[in-house]
Design a protein around this ligand. Structure first.
Ligand code: 5RP
Length: 236
């Protein structure tokens, strides 16, 4: 199947396929969001249908929930599942310590809750997401709609106070309107270029009233499966 794909899709596909080596019958799985995670959900659906695996899936977005149901995967809420064996999700960037930026697809809040409620989180990624220092990809911050402009200003002030490079922030749009997440919130993207102290920034951002969550995943990811355009896979 990967013969007909572009190098980037080949990389995503092979990473997603490799992740299924870690799936066992009876597992409760967190199902990530994005194009790489979508490959994983489709391949997991094949496994469920062809091998009769008993898998319970907790999706991290309404998009993934729909796809998982279409694939015949049993979908339950996190509250029903309570705790998960494994979450498999994509990422926008990962660094050598396996810290991540996530939320490019706008699902960071549910993704972080689900990954944190899992024994293990495996990230599946094409090799282009590997960076030495996080921050080139805009960092998403989910904010409640009430007073979002004030929250945005406070976030910018905080970045200045922390001397984080490139303090621009933009409200994420969907066409002409502000993007609305599955939880009814907006997303502010921080264009930082380089995040020197991601751990500190993650903590400080979440102290600002109006901020619900940020896309820095610190000490959450256990393993990254990296797909390459030539079909090779490496595991970190
Ligand atoms: C969604 C995410 C995605 O995992 C991330 O954006 C990667 O997406 P893709 O696999 O399409 O490159 O965090 O909120």
């Amino acid at each position: 199947m990967s013969d007909t794909l572009s190098p980037i899709d080949t990389a995503k596909f092979v990473a997603a396929r490799k992740a299924l080596d870690y799936v066992e019958d009876g597992m409760k799985l967190g199902l990530g969001t994005g194009s790489t995670a979508a490959w994983m959900v489709r391949l997991l659906g094949d496994m469920v249908r062809e091998e009769g695996l008993n898998i319970i899936g907790v999706p991290t977005s309404s998009r993934t929930a729909e796809l998982a149901r279409q694939q015949g995967i049993r979908v339950v809420s996190l509250d029903e599942a309570k705790w998960l064996d494994l979450t498999i999700d994509g990422a926008d960037e990962f660094d050598p310590e396996l810290n991540l930026i996530k939320g490019g697809g706008g699902a960071l809040l549910q993704e972080k809750i689900v990954a944190t409620a899992s024994d293990q989180m495996i990230v599946i990624s094409d090799v282009s997401k590997r960076v030495e220092t996080l921050g080139h990809f805009p960092l998403p911050v989910e904010v409640i709609p009430f007073g979002w402009q004030t929250t945005k200003a406070l976030v910018e002030e905080t970045l200045v106070a922390m001397d984080v490079l490139g303090q621009q922030s933009t409200l994420r749009m969907s066409g002409d309107a502000a993007y609305v997440s599955d939880e009814g919130n907006h997303i502010i993207d921080l264009h930082l270029q380089r995040i020197g102290n991601a751990r500190q920034l993650a903590l400080v951002l979440n102290q600002i009233p109006g901020v619900v969550e940020n896309g820095l995943f610190i000490d959450i990811c256990d393993k990254v499966i990296i797909g390459h355009g030539d079909g090779r896979v490496t595991v970190r």
